[in-house]
Design a protein around this ligand. Structure first.
Ligand SMILES: C[S@@+](CC[C@H](N)C(=O)[O-])C[C@H]1O[C@@H](n2cnc3c(N)ncnc32)[C@H](O)[C@@H]1O
Length: 261
């Protein structure tokens, strides 16, 4: 089948785009990416009718888009396109938003939801879980400092396609957008007495060594999550979850909506 726009068949298109696009691994990642406006030039399924039936059941809002997009491929072809087969047998490539567009989105004021800053995170799974949290709470974005690539395939897998629901970039502490920095640290003041403003930057330290000296110097407030004595710290992603929940429980963000699958 020849594609009138790109002049190639879907598999040819996959191979041409693979270097510059990001892999959406599995049905749920593709569903989320489409819901949040990702540009998806190619998508494949080992069993197209089964994928569309799943869409009918779990994501009727994107079923028509998937019907137009999905190309059926053999199991062997699918396995050659992905590093690790996903149980749903679905994969797609999406265009990564530009760094300029993401940073512009984060700098636009007034901001109506906090930005999460991960200072030198190490664990790709934690970064993915944080992006999923940020998407769920409607945070403005997730910025990382240090060497971890927040668009690494393992982070994308952990984020379940929700990179497209928020703005995700790597940046330096000196390039952080404007806004008061609330840095989370077990030695800080109890978060329960503090109202987090919508334009806050919520900063979290590395799994290994906590907040860097540079981030501490930029912080306006140090806040602690309640924790019993003798426990030294919480996991990074769970700390982000508690902090975003604290912001939302004080009335931040949109009213809770009924979840769609
Ligand atoms: C696994 S912890 C870092 C532990 C590290 N060994 C340290 O010295 O801080 C990762 C990050 O989660 C946040 N965090 C964990 N427990 C916290 C708590 N009780 N209060 C505030 N922040 C916490 C902090 O931002 C921390 O830097």
């Amino acid at each position: 089948m020849t594609d009138p726009v790109t002049g190639g068949d879907p598999l040819g298109r996959w191979h041409r785009l693979a270097g510059g696009a990001v892999l959406l691994d599995g049905f749920h990642a593709l569903k989320h990416a489409l819901r949040f406006g990702a540009e998806v030039p190619v998508a494949v399924a080992v069993d197209r009718p089964a994928a569309l039936a799943l869409a009918g059941e779990l994501a009727p809002d994107v079923r028509a888009t998937l019907d137009a997009l999905l190309t059926e491929v053999t199991e062997a072809t699918y396995a050659s396109l992905v590093p690790r087969p996903h149980p749903t047998g679905v994969a797609a490539l999406a265009v990564r938003p530009t760094r300029a567009a993401n940073l512009e989105r984060l700098r636009r004021m007034p901001r109506t939801a906090p930005v999460v800053v991960l200072d030198h995170p190490r664990n790709l799974g934690n970064a993915g879980a944080v992006i999923r949290l940020a998407a769920g709470f409607g945070a403005a974005g997730v910025l990382t400092t240090g060497t971890l690539d927040p668009w690494h395939p393992t982070v994308l897998r952990g984020g379940a396609g929700l990179h497209f629901a928020t703005a995700v970039e790597r940046t330096g502490v000196d390039e952080l957008p404007a806004g008061p920095v609330f840095a989370l640290d077990p030695e800080g003041d109890d978060i329960r007495g503090v109202k987090l403003p919508d334009d806050a930057l919520l900063a979290f330290g590395s799994e290994r060594s906590g907040l860097s000296a540079e981030l501490r110097a930029r912080a306006d407030h140090l806040l602690a999550l309640p924790m019993r004595p003798q426990v030294s710290s919480y996991n990074l992603a769970t700390s982000v979850a508690m902090t975003l929940y604290h912001w939302s429980a004080q009335g931040g963000g949109r009213p809770a909506a009924r979840p769609v699958p």
